[in-house]
Design a protein around this ligand. Sequence first.
Ligand code: FES
Length: 87
Amino acid sequence: MKKNNFIICRCEDISWQDIDGLIRKGFTLEEIKKLTRCGMGYCQGRTCFNILTRLLKIREQNLIPKKRPPLKPVIIRDIIKYFENEE
Ligand code: FES
C-alpha cells in the first residue's frame, strides 16, 4: 500500500487516493459521494465522515461535508409509534 493510499470508506473500498484524484479533477463533494458512495455505505458516514472531514481540512479544501439525518438507523416501527402517539 502506498503512503497516501489508505482506506477511507471500508464498506465501499474507497481510498484517500481515489478521493484525492476526484478532487484534483474538479469534482464537487456531492459528485464524489455519488460516484464513490463514500459515506453512503453501512456506516452511513459515522466512521468515514470524520476521517474525510479531517483530511479535507488538512488539504484546506472548502469541501467540508455536512451531516444529514438520519445519523443512525431508525426502525420503521419506532417512526410509526412516534406519529401514532402524536395524534
Ligand atoms: S465507511 Fe463506508 S460509508 Fe462509512
